[in-house]
Write a protein that binds this ligand. Structure first.
Ligand code: PLP
Length: 465
């Protein structure tokens, strides 16, 4: 077998083009075979079909690039839960924009590694400009805001707790019951006390309980609020929380993994007012930013806040290299080798502009309100509440929790819809997390019909597992 061609250099694109053709055909064919938001049949069927379609993954003799691409990409696509389908709406699992996926191809072909300048000369410059620009969106009045690119909200939250620990020693985190699980995990990883968890009876952080916790617990204290909760999309009262934390000498981190991009919408940015008062902010552009994973951000008001992450490894940032002007990148992450995720984000933001991004956000939120309207108008369906961002909770009227869980699994197993589940108000709800800006009212009507038919089927006893 001849030595396989490389992706980079002037010859790379010539070799890539026919391979991409094969990939694109496989993406199309796999999606056509699936013909829905996810493959039908449930885990055993999908595993069996995938194993059969892919064949031995480490054969003695290779099958060649086109064959392997066709086989595996088709199988993966056929078996995908595809967020580009309007009925794939369980999680904060975004349908990536084509422009972002195309940019990601360039990142793979060039393969800059963001741990030293000599592996990423232009990519590191682009990342520095992008992170400064994104940080300035969050902290418009700070003189030198900065941000790090992370693998997502989990890593960003972990970094936020790490920075707080490095500023103050073993901080006590205070979060509400609506906080993402990564907050507690970060405290555990960092050897910090387990978070004090205060109630969120109405879906958002309970302010009297916060005041009480701030009085009762010894400092140093770090309050973590959420702008866009995972289960309901609620936004904690950010300004009131910032007032309370400041009055008690505590620090504030805001996990705006979901809600942060609302900043780009003149119509909706008031919902996240107060973000700029936090000591750090998590943002995920692989949620309401339509990026392929991963595209997380941790922003801080002053670039010096990140100085504690400085780290020395002579092969990557020798002192004399740094003195001679080679940018020192190692402190920009806890990772070493790192993909240039800034590229796809920058390409997308430039391609769409502020108005284009605002339009996507506004459409997505409008679709959530349309779904809420439809549910309200559908007999036998109960809406939990009007959506704050784009999460809509609903359930068949009068159903018990087991029925709700069974309906979700029925739709999954049939390959009809991917809906999530959330427990709130002591009941289990179906969760539609709308992130697809192409979703039409007709898509939403079909989704509610799928649910009501599944309920009818269940009541008439024709239920699958
Ligand atoms: C509020 C919130 N924070 C953090 C995360 C974690 O983000 P990631 O999955 O990108 O690590 C999520 C994930 O859904 C989330 O909803």
């Amino acid at each position: 077998m001849p030595t396989p061609p490389l992706a980079g250099g002037t010859a790379g694109p010539t070799h890539l083009r026919p391979l991409l053709d094969t990939v694109l055909t496989a993406l199309h064919d796999g999606a056509a075979r699936r013909d829905g938001p996810l493959p039908a049949g449930g885990p055993d069927t999908v595993t069996h079909r995938t194993d059969r379609a892919t064949g031995p993954l480490i054969p003695d003799h290779g099958t060649g690039a086109h064959h392997a691409l066709r086989t595996l990409v088709t199988a993966l696509t056929e078996g995908a839960a595809d967020p580009a389908h309007p009925h794939c709406a369980a999680h904060l699992h975004t349908p990536p924009l084509a422009v972002a996926a195309a940019a990601d191809l360039a990142a793979s072909a060039l393969n800059p590694s963001m741990d030293s300048w000599d592996q990423a000369p232009a990519a590191s410059a682009l990342e520095a400009s992008l992170t400064a620009a994104l940080a300035a969106e969050i902290y418009p009045h700070a003189p030198h805001p900065d941000a790090l690119v992370t693998t997502g909200g989990t890593e960003a939250n972990q970094l936020a707790l790490l920075l707080a620990r490095e500023r103050h020693g073993p901080v006590q985190t205070i979060c509400a019951a609506n906080a993402h699980h990564s907050i507690g995990r970060a405290a555990w990883i960092l050897g910090l006390p387990a978070p004090v968890v205060i109630p969120a009876h109405t879906g958002t952080m309970d302010l009297p309980a916060l005041r009480e916790a701030l009085i009762r617990h010894e400092g140093p204290l770090l309050v973590t609020a959420t702008a866009g909760t995972t289960d309901t999309g609620h936004i904690d009262p950010l300004d009131a929380i910032a007032d309370l934390t400041a009055a008690h000498g505590a620090e504030l981190h805001i996990d705006a993994a979901y809600g942060g991009p609302l900043l780009f919408s003149p119509t909706h940015r008031h919902l996240v007012h107060g973000l700029q008062r936090a000591h750090s902010v998590t943002l995920d552009l692989h949620k309401l930013g339509w990026q392929p994973a991963s595209a997380g951000i941790l922003a801080v008001p002053h670039h010096q806040d990140l100085a504690v992450l400085h780290h020395h490894a002579p092969y990557l940032n020798a002192g004399d290299d740094t003195d001679a002007g080679l940018p020192d990148l190692l402190g920009r992450s806890l990772r070493t080798t790192r993909r240039p995720d800034a590229l796809k984000i920058a390409v997308t933001l430039q391609a769409l502009g502020r108005d284009g991004l605002a339009d996507l956000i506004d459409r997505t939120l409008a679709a959530a309100h349309q779904l809420a309207d439809l549910i309200t108008a559908t007999p036998h369906l109960e809406l939990y509440e009007r959506p704050t961002i784009s999460t809509v909770l609903f359930r068949p009227t009068g159903a018990d929790d087991t029925t709700v869980a069974t309906i979700r699994r029925t739709l999954l197993t049939r390959g009809h819809a991917v809906l999530g589940r959330a427990r709130t108000d002591h009941r289990l709800w179906l969760k539609a997390t709308l992130l697809n800006p192409h979703t039409t009212p007709e898509d939403l009507r079909r989704l509610t019909t799928l649910v009501t038919h599944a309920v009818t089927g269940l009541r008439e006893g024709s239920t699958p597992r």
